[in-house]
Write a protein that binds this ligand. Structure first.
Ligand SMILES: Cc1cc2nc3c(=O)[nH]c(=O)nc-3n(C[C@H](O)[C@H](O)[C@H](O)COP(=O)(O)OP(=O)(O)OC[C@H]3O[C@@H](n4cnc5c(N)ncnc54)[C@H](O)[C@@H]3O)c2cc1C
Length: 372
């Protein structure tokens, strides 16, 4: 028995590190939503989240806030990677996830705005290929989701472009704050500054030595899952910067470029710009936060040469976030051989699919309890 455990009081041992019904590692959108949906179904259950940061410290509060089902060039590239069926199921999951998000939180609580999404092109061959596939894509998306004529050709600020009429954007910080308020009302406990170093079927070991027992343990640590569970989820770092307020910003809404690798949007009269992980993929396979100068320089150049902000614009803040990627971009939602549950590998789409993944995880938990 270690020192920290020895130093616990009787009350702490009996009530705080005793048998929780459900312990979740990670207070991002997935872990928090699992807690919320599980508690809705099991109001009497003792549910707690262990989060290593004093607020979530992964991707959910560090992303771009696009509420998107994906661009034409992204889908066509993914057809090659994962096959048509998988990609169409993913579009359906993204759409369902966004609907669930908007049914769970009010638009005020998430800061959601319906903007539509626009993919811009600088390469004619890629534009022609994407534009030529719109008819088929619209038909397939309609069959999956019931949404008609999602994609159409347009022009935006002199660029050939394809719009997606069903997309929007939200305020990621406000969304997470609102989910945590809901958790507090629902009676879910969140232990902040609590880093888990080991998990098992019966509980978790904290960095400071405490062991907390639980009937079920779910790892929802996404890009940080590797040390906690044996699943094929790799970290992938993403970079974002936001400009100081601009006198004139012609771009309004959400935009992406090159298979969704580059994305930008207006936040009032500031520009948020991010992505370009594809130009340094190996270096960005890391769970360490940080700015890759190569990517920074690429995004600055893109802002000057493609977005063409007026000269003199300045970056106000720059940050990175860590995604969890799987080989075919499908999330891992399962009970592992060790008996620990895992919901991770949202592959850069967690705003869209996060709540749906959480709902699926809760169903797996329910089925496993029924089967026990
Ligand atoms: C730069 C960037 C831009 C993005 N833009 C978009 C977008 O526009 N639209 C979109 O749909 N998706 C976007 N994403 C992806 C989306 O943010 C993620 O898919 C989603 O937030 C994943 O949620 P999560 O809860 O699974 O993981 P996270 O939000 O990463 O949550 C995991 C939590 O686990 C905690 N944790 C980790 N290890 C431990 C441990 N050992 N002990 C305790 N706690 C631990 C972390 O601190 C973290 O809070 C973006 C991601 C990044 C990085």
């Amino acid at each position: 028995m270690n020192n920290a455990y020895n130093s616990q009081s009787f009350w702490e041992r009996e009530e705080l590190s005793a048998d929780w019904d459900l312990l979740i590692v990670g207070a991002g959108i997935v872990g928090s939503s699992i807690a919320l949906f599980y508690k809705e179904k099991n109001p009497e259950a003792e549910v707690a989240i262990l989060e290593r940061g004093f607020h979530p410290y992964g991707a959910s509060t560090r992303n771009a806030g696009f509420s998107c089902i994906g661009s034409m060039s992204e889908h066509l590239a993914d057809f090659g990677l994962a096959g048509k069926n998988t990609v169409l199921n993913r579009i359906e999951r993204r759409w369902n996830g966004l609907q669930l998000l908007r049914a769970t939180l009010t638009d005020e609580e998430s800061g959601y705005e319906h903007t539509g999404g626009i993919e811009i092109f600088t390469r004619n061959d890629l534009f022609e290929r994407c534009a030529g596939s719109i008819g088929e894509m619209n038909r397939l998306v309609y069959e999956k989701t019931g949404l008609k004529d999602v994609y159409s050709v347009t022009e935006y600020r002199g660029y050939k472009a394809i719009t997606n009429r069903v997309e929007g954007a939200l305020n990621s910080g406000r969304m997470m704050k609102s989910i945590h308020r809901r958790l507090s009302k629902a009676g879910v406990t969140i232990f902040w500054n609590s880093e888990v170093i080991k998990t098992s079927e019966h509980g978790v070991q904290l960095k400071d030595g405490y062991y907390i027992k639980a009937k079920n343990v779910v790892v929802a640590a996404n890009g940080f899952t590797k040390s906690l569970a044996d699943v094929p989820v790799k970290p992938a770092r993403g970079l974002i910067f936001i400009t100081k307020p601009l006198k004139k910003l012609g771009w309004k809404g959400t935009f992406n470029y090159n298979e969704g690798y580059v994305y930008f949007r207006n936040i009032g009269n500031r520009l948020l710009m991010g992505g370009a992980r594809d130009i340094a993929r190996d270096e960005e396979t890391t769970h360490h936060f940080g700015v890759n100068p190569k990517i920074h320089d690429y995004l600055v150049q893109f802002t000057n040469e493609v977005v063409r902000l007026e000269a003199g614009w300045e970056i106000e803040m720059e940050w990175s976030g860590i995604m969890g990627m799987t080989p075919n971009k499908e999330p891992v939602i399962e009970k592992t051989d060790s008996g620990v549950f895992v919901a991770a590998g949202l592959s850069g789409m967690g705003v869209a699919i996060g709540m749906q993944v959480a709902k699926d995880m809760v169903q797996i938990l329910e089925n496993s309890t029924e089967g026990a």
